[in-house]
Design a protein around this ligand. Sequence first.
Ligand SMILES: [Zn+2]
Length: 508
Amino acid sequence: MPQGPAPADSLEGATGRGARYSLAVPSRCSAFAPKIFGLGLGLVLLASLGCSTNPATGKPQLAMIGEQQEIAMGREADVSVAQQYGIYDDPELQAYIQDLGMQLARVSERPDLPWKFAVVDDSIVNAFALPGGFVYVSRGILAHVASEAELMGVLGHEVGHVTARHSVEQMSRAQLAGLGLGVASVASRDVRQWGGLAGAGLQVAFLKFGRDDERQSDSLGLRYVVRAGYDPTEMPKIFHTLDRVSQAAGSGRIPTWQSTHPDPGARSQTIARAVSQLAPDEQRGTLNREIYLAHLEGMTFGANPREGFTVGSTFYHPDLAFRLDFPSGWQIVNQRSQVGALSPEKDAIVVLSLVQGSADQAAAEFRNVGGIVMGSSMGRNMQRFETVSDNPNDQVLTGVVRFVEHRDVTLRLLAYTLDSRWRNAEQPLVDSVDSFGSLSDPRYLDVQPKRLELVELPRPMSLSDFAEAYPSSVDRTTLAIINGVSAEDVLEKGQVMKRIVGGDLPDR
Ligand SMILES: [Zn+2]
């Protein structure tokens, strides 16, 4: 958790970062979704006028959101993406991805959108697009891709979602149906929202597209890849890789693209069939394997422990030099602007968040949130609070809040549970909030992330030869997947292989 609010991942999806829920919602994001869906009523009346012809698909489309509005929505969500995921700090890599993306955008049916292609600082295998031409790939997916041509397939697919205006169509449908995608709860200014909801500002990035939309994006992506002169036969490979990643992860870290892009086998076959029907000269094209890989040299791999890691139930944050003990046995979720832990019964929560302003300012802001009544001070800047609500169905929440100025940031420690559970939960919650402290032990302060390195093989060898000659700090399965090879393959002399180095953490 370094600088910026909380994520919930997506490769257009909903899950991710190992977490199935999000611990807090930054208030500056939550205004976004209601704004989109708040367009609602007036526009419903215009529904019959909301059909237009889509330039990419040539088909009539339900679109109650105009292009300028679409771009404005994308721009706003783009800010949330940067805050919640972070943009990976490598200007050269960013420029490279922007250049690749623009090659596709230029040959698309909507070349004049304010296209932006960026790498988000996320280890999950992920890519997603916002309306208006904002496309993101995670460093996690980059590490799993083997060539420019393969990456172009991923980018082309996302460009397809934008040109076909899939999210616009979907939001228009949601307006019509009056569903609002759960916005009623998002709009609630209740303290509960800190405990349960994903960043509302990114709802638009988490829309799940239907199977038809996915197929359409595949075929549009293929079109752009071919027009840009890239080898389209590389495009199906990402599906195979995604399959392997999720198999290796078990039920744990399923790549988000997988969760929102069902049936990868059938889709990769469909794409392969479409490729085989292209004119022969279109079935060839630029591959650029070595050029692509060279851009990955030194890239962070996996979760970055500088942004926080856990040993036992203690959380360490090297960049911000603090530590915090969570109640033991709780599920800890580390996100960009906060880290939190949830009780096994999911009825109590401790959340530490970065907040704006001084401790006094942040405390005043907290007191002024509607629905909160402050209670007695408990010393050390810690104070009791409980929630009040006009709605008799809302249960009262009781907790403690503490504000700490640490180095040059202000942190809010918040721990709460249902009022009826407070008696049992009070001690562990208060102890946890109380345990916040500075971190000075260099064993924790100096940890570094894993990095991707390239090796040009001096001779033919097997994967296990490679792993022995050039040790990696990931397991053999991961090594095979990121290199797109299997244990039986003979690796050729001169082949460029990825290895992962460093990143050891203290074990206690
Ligand atoms: Zn998609």
